[in-house]
Write a protein that binds this ligand. Sequence first.
Ligand SMILES: Cc1ncc(COP(=O)(O)O)c(C=O)c1O
Length: 419
Amino acid sequence: MTFDAEALRAEFPALALEQDGRPVVFLDGPGGTQVPQRVIDAVSDYFRLSNANEGGVFATSQRSDAIVTRTRQAVADFYGADSPAEIKFGYNMTTLTFHISRSIAASFQPGDEILLTTLDHEANVSPWQAAARDHGLVVRTVDVKPDDCTLDLADLEAKLSPRTRLVAVGYASNAVGTINPVREIGERAHAVGAWLYVDAVHYAPHGLIDVKAIDADFLVSTAYKWFAPHIGALWGRASVLATLPHYKVRPAHDDFETGTPNLEGVAGVGAAIDYLESVGRRFGSADSSAPTGQADRRRALTAAMTAIRQYELTLAERLISGLEGIPNVRIWGITDRARFAAERAPTISVTIAGVSAHDAAKRLSDQGIFAWDGDFHARALVERLGLLESGGLLRLGILHYNTAAEIDRTLEAMESIAA
Ligand SMILES: Cc1ncc(COP(=O)(O)O)c(C=O)c1O
């Protein structure tokens, strides 16, 4: 069945919000998405029916535990992981990364090297820099090619060494939409004996994650970027997790989860994955199904993310084509259509000659079009592009709940701002 964004939009109450009598256009998704009604219901149902701490003998606690167990399996299916035991919930991606980096770095020796990138969000940079300070590790940073905002893979190759123990890389750039060849990067990392740590926060709402296919050792994302509450979820390969020291209290329900989880958030995460599964069942095509033998939910999620990816790319092409026709607008990142399928997320960042990103975002907002401006914590990239002083980028972030009509309305607004 053809992808029907309008039918899906009806499930997201916030998409009905209006400003000055017109529906709001949400292009702020890379900073956090709206949520479907079933996520709102799951969170409020949690409080009405299951609100209790973990491990009790009474009904509310048992219902709460059942929700966590179910959701851990759902996230394992969403990531393509072997086991729910490999999924660790936490406050958000940043906190999870600080937390696990402490365990990871404690297993390294002074003088060991970690490789970071200029394209990454600071949340996949600062924790590793701090760990390096604490443990005497050497940090190297892969450069980016400013012309198309892709990673310089020759530089990556040159900076890998027999002492490299970890490569931390984003799956996709939240600032300019570049999708990195994480599998290839992982192969190179593994060739020198390093682990691959993937920040999938930006990629997760746009494409299928398969931790085994990309052969990562760790992958982390944050559910508020994929239609769920504010809570992070880390996957670690079981055989690697087993080698790491823990920072936990005694007793603890898990080696890597500290304290009481955001249980109502976990309930919402489960509902968000149910939603995505339903998208797959409604709009997935037969040839987008995963090979038989995989769990039914994984098949539906595979179909969902394939359909979402295809739809979002049509909107991205429409937006990029329109923006290319507006004088004074410069698009940062990949614009070659032939590279979109493999290398582009539908996150389009621009600068406008003579108009700061902040002013452009304000003028869009005045017209009911919500978009972020600045560096989005992709600080090193925005610096490398020479855009930090001038206020960074204007980011138009497409999700599957956006429509062609919204893109056209945005283009009209951009024309008048750039004029
Ligand atoms: C690519 C990327 N990585 C990491 C983060 C940090 O996520 P969190 O807010 O869950 O710490 C973000 C948030 O914007 C992001 O876009």
